[in-house]
Design a protein around this ligand. Structure first.
Ligand code: MLT
Length: 259
């Protein structure tokens, strides 16, 4: 299942995975900056942006395998630096488990290693059914968008909120419900963190209400080679709320990798 993607630059491959229900443009600022020194690849995850949906049942592991196929079909043979935000982080952790030999380093942004609680999974199933029945993701957008951003972003940058809303609205509702179901059944990767020995960067928006920074700190603590960076003036969508700080954290991390 070929994924749509963009790439720029040359050198070590840095693959950046977006969150739900967004697309590769989440990483535009980082792609532009990092491609001066690296080969930056930004895929649209299955069912998002211009990528087709996975066959049923949709899974996070299936998304990780689709990223692996993308590397194969594009001749990326050397180990990559893989980063993912939120749902993209779930995919990155799955990739670290299923395709660890391809991983040079891992970057986790505003995500979780734990699986959904039964209550959270049931809530996702209810949303998925409502979306399937109505063919609309309006309710999901209304509930989700305010939680994605820091208070300062919400008040000072309404245009960023409306652009994010427009982007979400462009995602096919059937793909949104498929992704909800994939996230609901994802594996708990917490116990695997101690086995990820490659260098890891863990970044959290200071005001992330969805992936609490304390949980992200704990992920970094469990990773044998983890480094935690707090992103100021940002909630959940750090790459667009504070692009400079995210780029700076990535650049400092990549500079420390001996190639
Ligand atoms: C995301 O930003 O990808 C979502 O908040 C992830 C989730 O719903 O668990």
């Amino acid at each position: 299942m070929p994924l749509a993607f963009e790439d720029a630059g040359s050198g070590t491959a840095v693959v950046l995975l977006h969150g739900f229900p967004l697309d590769r443009t989440l990483w535009d600022a980082q792609k532009q900056a990092l491609s001066r020194r690296y080969h930056v690849i930004t895929p649209d995850l299955p069912g998002h942006g211009q990528s087709p949906r996975l066959p049923d049942p949709p899974t996070i592991d299936g998304m990780a395998d689709a990223v692996n196929d993308l590397l194969d079909t594009n001749g990326v043979t050397r180990p990559v630096v893989l980063g993912g935000l939120s749902m993209g982080g779930y995919v990155a952790l799955s990739f670290a488990s299923r395709h660890h030999e391809r991983l040079r380093a891992l970057m986790l942004f505003d995500t979780k290693s734990a699986a959904d609680t039964p209550e959270a999974a049931a809530g996702r199933e209810r949303s998925a059914r409502a979306i399937d029945a109505s063919g609309s993701i309006d309710n999901l957008i209304d509930a989700m968008v305010p939680k994605l951003f820091a208070e300062s972003t919400r008040t000072a940058r309404p245009a960023l909120l409306s652009a994010t809303e427009r982007l979400m609205r462009s995602t096919d509702p059937a793909s949104v419900s498929a992704a909800l179901r994939a996230m609901a059944v994802r594996a708990d990767r917490t116990a695997e963190l101690t086995r990820i020995t490659v260098p890891c960067l863990v970044c959290a928006g200071e005001q992330d209400a969805i992936s609490p920074p304390e949980e992200m700190r704990e992920i970094a603590r469990r990773l044998p080679n983890g480094r935690f960076v707090s992103i100021p003036d940002a909630g959940h969508l750090t790459p667009i709320e504070n692009p400079e700080a995210v780029t700076e954290a990535i650049e400092a991390f990549l500079a420390g990798l001996d190639d």
